[in-house]
Design a protein. Structure first.
Length: 139
């Protein structure tokens, strides 16, 4: 479970990605995260978990913990998207509703230095993932 607030987690991500000067290296890091991410179980690939608005297929499973914190599990058939979603998993793990509602896709993409270089469809899909999570936890 996370004990760090989201701004500190974002700073950690920023520090990691600032190590790379070339955006291609940042993409390579995202792909590496995507390759290492565990993904979803076969039974979790359902419409209810689908994230719309991305050129690739992507899913998110939201888990509400007993202590009113959340976790998510994600997957995608595109490694860059899967890598982005794995960052979101790290941010959300152990956070409460108010912290999760404070997450903005633009802030996360800027923290890793890819705010202007992620394609429009990936950026929209990532934004839709965050909106889906935020909408679901408010139900």
């Amino acid at each position: 479970m996370n004990t760090l607030p989201i701004p500190l987690l974002l700073q950690d991500m920023q520090d990691l990605f600032n190590f790379f000067d070339d955006p291609k290296d940042k993409y390579a890091q995202l792909i590496d995260f995507g390759q290492k991410a565990p993904g979803l179980k076969k039974e979790d690939f359902i419409e209810e978990n689908r994230i719309y608005g991305c050129s690739s297929n992507a899913w998110v499973k939201i888990i509400k913990n007993e202590n009113r914190t959340y976790a998510i599990q994600t997957d995608s058939d595109a490694l860059i998207v899967k890598g982005l979603l794995s960052l979101l998993e790290k941010l959300i793990a152990g956070q409460d509703q108010s912290a999760i509602l404070s997450i903005e896709s633009k802030t996360l993409l800027e923290a890793i230095g890819l705010g202007g270089s992620i394609s429009g469809q990936r950026s929209n899909g990532f934004m839709n993932a965050i909106e889906k999570i935020q909408s679901e936890i408010q139900k």
